[in-house]
Design a protein around this ligand. Structure first.
Ligand SMILES: [Zn+2]
Length: 381
C-alpha cells in the first residue's frame, strides 16, 4: 500500500500481508511508523486493519530472518546469564510464569479438568519454562515444551529440569492426540499462519483435551496509543487479533471455547506512556542487569497511575490481553466443517459481543453453539 512505501518498513518483503481469518479482505491503514523499540533491529513498520474484522496485521511483512532475529532478541544472552546465576544462588526465577500456572490450574479445575501424573501438557513457545515448571509442581502432570531456540531449551533444562523440543511446532511431527493439555502463551501473534498453528494444536490435542491460548488483543490502551502501544512489538508481532477474530478462528479449527478472559495487565499504560516518551529498548532497559535507574524510576512513577487505570480496564474487559480456555470435543466425527468466519465491524470491542459461527455436524445438528449455557462467559466480552 502507498503508506507503507512512504512511512514504514523499507526493506525486503516476504509475502503479502493478510488477515488470518479473512484472506481476501481489504487491508486499511491502521498504524504507520511503529518503531522497533525492543529488538535493536531499527526501522519502523506499519500495521493494517482487516476491513472485515478490524484485526491489525504487520504490513508489509518482512522476511523470516528479520522476524526470527526479533524473536531471538526476547532472550538476550546477558539476560539468560543473569537469570542462571540467580538460580544458582537459590533465588527464585520466573515468578510471573508461576503466577500464570497457578491461575491456569485453578481455572482448568473450575472448568472440570482433572490432573494426574498420567497426563501430559505441551507448552508451545515455552520460553524460559517457568509456566511448565509451575504446572508440574502444582498439578503433577508430565510437562514438555517446544520453543524456537537452543538457548531457551538449555536454560529450561538447566534451571527447571524440563524437556523442550527446538523448532516450529509443525516441524515436531507429534503424533495425533498426543497431549491432554496444550498451552500457547503469547505465541499466536508471532506465527506466520495462525489458522495452521491452531489446526496443528487441535490435531495433537486428545479428544476431550484442554487448550489455553493467550495473546495481546486490541483494547482501550491499544486504540489510544496505537504505534506506541507497549504490546505492539514490530517486527516480532505479525498479528493483533480482535477477540472475535481469535474466537472465530478457534471455532474454525474445531475447538469448543469455554471461557474467555481479559486479564489485568499491570504496566500496559505505564509501558505505553514510556514508549510515547521515547524509551527505546524498553524490555532490556527495565529487565536486564544493565537496566538504567532513571527509566526504572520513570516507569515506577507512572505505575501509580497505571495500576488503578489498568485495573479499571480489566473490570470493563478492555485490557490488551485475551486468554481463551477451550477443549477439543470428545467426538471428533462431530467437529465443525470449517465454518466461515463472520464479519462484524464491532468484533471484540467492549460491550459488543461477537456472534460466533454455530458449527454443524455432517448431519446438520448443532455441535457447539456460542448461545449454549457453556458459553455464557463469552457474552461477558
Ligand atoms: Zn479479518
Amino acid at each position: 500500500m502507498a503508506l507503507a512505501a512512504s512511512f514504514g518498513y523499507q526493506g525486503p518483503v516476504s509475502e503479502r500481508a493478510r488477515c488470518p481469518a479473512h484472506e481476501k479482505a481489504e487491508l486499511l491503514s491502521a498504524v504507520c511508523g511503529a518503531e522497533d523499540r525492543y529488538f535493536g533491529l531499527g526501522g519502523s513498520y506499519n500495521y493494517s486493519a482487516c476491513s472485515e474484522c478490524g484485526a491489525w496485521v504487520l504490513d508489509p511483512r518482512p522476511p523470516d530472518d528479520v522476524i526470527e532475529a526479533a524473536c531471538r532478541a526476547y532472550y538476550p544472552p546477558s539476560l539468560l546469564r543473569h537469570l542462571t546465576a540467580r538460580a544458582e544462588r537459590g533465588r527464585p526465577v520466573g515468578i510471573s510464569g508461576r503466577i500464570r500456572a497457578r491461575g491456569a490450574a485453578r481455572q482448568l479445575r473450575r472448568l472440570g479438568a482433572k490432573f494426574s501424573g498420567e497426563k501430559q501438557l505441551l507448552d508451545v513457545g515455552s520460553g524460559l519454562g517457568a509456566f511448565l515448571r509451575g504446572m508440574r509442581d502444582l498439578t503433577g502432570v508430565r510437562v514438555r515444551g517446544v520453543d524456537s531456540t537452543p538457548e531457551t531449551r538449555r536454560f529450561a533444562a538447566e534451571v527447571h529440569n524440563l524437556d523442550v523440543d527446538v523448532g516450529e511446532l509443525e516441524a515436531q511431527q507429534y503424533a495425533d492426540a498426543s497431549f491432554d493439555f496444550v498451552s500457547a502463551w503469547h505465541l499466536i501473534e508471532h506465527v506466520r499462519d495462525p489458522a495452521t498453528t491452531l489446526a496443528e494444536i487441535h490435531r495433537i490435542t486428545k479428544p476431550g483435551g484442554w487448550v489455553i491460548i493467550e495473546t495481546p488483543t486490541l483494547g482501550t490502551i491499544a486504540e489510544l496509543f496505537r504505534s506506541r502501544w507497549v504490546q505492539l512489538q514490530p517486527p516480532a508481532h505479525l498479528h493483533h487479533f480482535r477477540p472475535g477474530t481469535l474466537l472465530a478462528l478457534m471455532h474454525r479449527a474445531g475447538f469448543e471455547v469455554l471461557s474467555v478472559r481479559r486479564p489485568w495487565l499491570p504496566g500496559e499504560f505505564a509501558g505505553s506512556l514510556a514508549m510515547r516518551l521515547g524509551l527505546r529498548g524498553f524490555v532490556s532497559k527495565l529487565l536486564s542487569p544493565e537496566r538504567r535507574a532513571g527509566w526504572v524510576g520513570v516507569f515506577a512513577l507512572t505505575l501509580l497511575a497505571d495500576l488503578p487505570l489498568t485495573f479499571f480496564f480489566a473490570l470493563t474487559r478492555s485490557t490488551g490481553l485475551i486468554r481463551v480456555y477451550a477443549r477439543r470435543p470428545e467426538l471428533s466425527l462431530l467437529e465443525p466443517p470449517h465454518p466461515r468466519v463472520p464479519t462484524n465491524t464491532h468484533a471484540g470491542k467492549p460491550g459488543h459481543p461477537r456472534v460466533l459461527p454455530a458449527a454443524t455436524a455432517p448431519d446438520g445438528s448443532l455441535v457447539s453453539s456460542p448461545e449454549s449455557p457453556r458459553h455464557e462467559q463469552l457474552s461477558e466480552l
